[in-house]
Design a binder for this molecule. Structure first.
Ligand SMILES: Cc1cc2nc3c(=O)[nH]c(=O)nc-3n(C[C@H](O)[C@H](O)[C@H](O)COP(=O)(O)O)c2cc1C
Length: 254
């Protein structure tokens, strides 16, 4: 199937499966444990039926709303996705542009490939910023100051990283568990065999570090080393009051 022929979620899912190395596809497609919740999310949505109505006045249908001084064309927000710049060249910039084009907010992850500054330079409306609490409070303060200076209108505080879900696929694929030599070779050749990703993202989409965390150091040679590093620097979130003190009085969600 060509990209231009894709219409449904399943179409995009199968295109992603073809385009991405397995370690990346499993990361974005997978869930925790036996992936029961992820399946339930889908079946629960499938059980909702739209009630058809006819002969109604359609001229004034309006799905827009106001949230945090921002006009949303639809009640949709692009949630933070770590490593997005590994799926697509400068992926966070592309996501921010796509969100801006349809008038919905995009939330930038702490562990994005593109930095806050890179994303903000590419779009007129700054993204929301998602924070993973980090042990080094001075670094958190600086990170939030960068988000404020860039104009990020809302802060999203994620509170579940210190006990990440047991994602079996990520363990098996080498995303979160260290690989032996054979595993590393498999991952290497799998990357090589995905030529469009290799050319577009791996070669032309550099640098691949965490743009927001460059100043915190951390040089990972593999995905699993990157996760180990993130786990080492991350911490249970401080009190909301502390964070809002760092960020000022803007809107904040946990
Ligand atoms: C591949 C992937 C990466 C994610 N990365 C982050 C992240 O960096 N920060 C965060 O707060 N949430 C992250 N999330 C959580 C999502 O933003 C979202 O809250 C979660 O997937 C629930 O929404 P859903 O049911 O629509 O998937 C990630 C989710 C996925 C699937």
């Amino acid at each position: 199937m060509k990209f231009s022929h894709a219409v449904s979620f399943e179409d995009y899912q199968s295109l992603a499966r073809r385009r991405l190395p397995k370690v990346l596809f499993d990361y974005i497609d997978g869930g925790a444990y036996a992936e029961v919740t992820i399946k339930r999310n889908a079946t629960d949505f499938e059980s909702l039926c739209l009630r058809q109505r006819v002969m109604r006045d359609m001229s004034s249908i309006d799905l827009s709303s106001d949230l945090f001084n921002q006009r949303l064309s639809h009640p949709v927000i692009l949630g933070p996705v770590g490593f997005a710049g590994m799926f697509s060249r400068r992926g966070e910039v592309q996501a921010a542009r796509a969100a801006a084009a349809v008038g919905v907010p995009f939330c930038l992850s702490t562990v994005s490939i593109c930095s806050i500054e890179e994303v903000c330079a590419a779009v007129e409306t700054p993204p929301w910023f998602q924070l993973y609490m980090i042990k080094d409070r001075g670094f958190v303060r600086e990170l939030l100051a960068r988000a404020r200076v860039a104009g990020c209108p809302a802060l999203v505080l994620t509170v579940d990283l210190p006990t990440p879900g047991a994602r079996y696929r990520d363990h098996r694929s080498g995303m979160t568990a260290r690989q032996d030599t054979l595993g590393r070779m498999k991952q290497f050749f799998d990357g090589l065999s995905h030529s469009s990703w290799l050319y577009d993202v791996f070669l032309r989409g550099r640098p691949h570090g965490f743009g927001n965390l460059t100043a915190a150091g951390g040089k990972a040679k593999s995905f699993s080393e990157a996760w180990e590093w993130i786990r080492a620097i991350a911490e249970l979130p401080g009190s909301c009051r502390t964070i809002s003190g760092f960020y000022g009085s803007g809107p904040m969600m946990g």
